[in-house]
Design a protein around this ligand. Structure first.
Ligand code: AMP
Length: 220
């Protein structure tokens, strides 16, 4: 069976979560986001969730060993056999090394591995992120660009939407600075070794979706 592995890169607020979800639905691939998995653990108040909750709130990376563990557990689930979309991983050099080994182990030469970089300026990130609202069920909205049907409530489950702690301005600044520092070498690696797609992230959600689909189709 041919696998498709897609990695999304982009600063916080670039819309990579939204675009991964859309592409996941289109290609029928699971979207695996360590941030989402951790938030889920936090919400269930598991031991792991309590352990990482401080990091989640202040936007600091969780230890590689924890991330490797949750990622390994997720990747062996049957729905990932045909491939998967990674959102928010790898985020530093050691995670990149871990992923290189993993890809070597689980993929074959005929598999498709695509890295997608969503380009968004710092200025745009800061203005956008203030409007982001999320639901405990995992759905994400933007007050201006992707508002829920009923103000403050999730379209999917009706629960009250909230702002992520790490979307507060001071923390966004730190997350952004970490992203800019670490991303160059990670993106450089995928550019050199795999199919690499650069997308203008300062368009509407739909236009970005179309650009991604068009560029993926052109690869065939
Ligand atoms: P995200 O939803 O991708 O913005 O991630 C939210 C938070 O989850 C981050 O600020 C980190 O605390 C944690 N996290 C997500 N992905 C990773 C990762 N690859 N390595 C370490 N921590 C991560």
């Amino acid at each position: 069976m041919k696998k498709t592995i897609i990695l999304f890169f982009g600063p916080p607020g670039s819309g990579k979560g939204t675009q991964s979800d859309a592409l996941g639905q289109k290609l029928n691939l699971p979207v695996i986001s360590p941030g989402e998995l951790l938030r889920h653990e936090e919400e269930k108040r598991t031991k792991l969730g309590l352990l990482v909750s401080k990091n989640l709130a202040n936007g600091k990376l969780v230890s590689d060993s924890i991330i490797d563990k949750i990622l390994s557990a997720r990747l062996v689930r049957p729905d990932a056999r045909r491939g998967f979309i990674l959102d928010g991983y790898p985020r530093n050099k050691s995670q990149l090394e871990w992923l290189k080994k993993k890809i070597k182990r689980i993929s074959k030469i005929e598999d498709k591995i695509i890295a997608i970089h969503i380009n968004v300026s710092d200025r745009e990130v800061k203005s956008r992120i203030g409007g982001r609202r999320v639901c405990d069920c995992g759905a994400a909205y933007h007050l201006k660009h992707n508002p829920p049907i009923h103000i403050g409530l999730c379209d999917l489950c009706g629960k009250k939407l909230k702002q992520r702690e790490d979307d507060k301005p001071k923390i966004v600044k730190e997350r952004l600075s970490h992203f800019r520092k670490s991303i160059k070498s990670i993106v450089g690696y995928f550019k050199k070794n795999y199919t690499f797609i650069n997308v203008d992230g300062e368009q509407s959600i739909k236009a970005i979706e179309l650009e991604i689909t068009k560029k993926i189709n052109e690869l065939k």
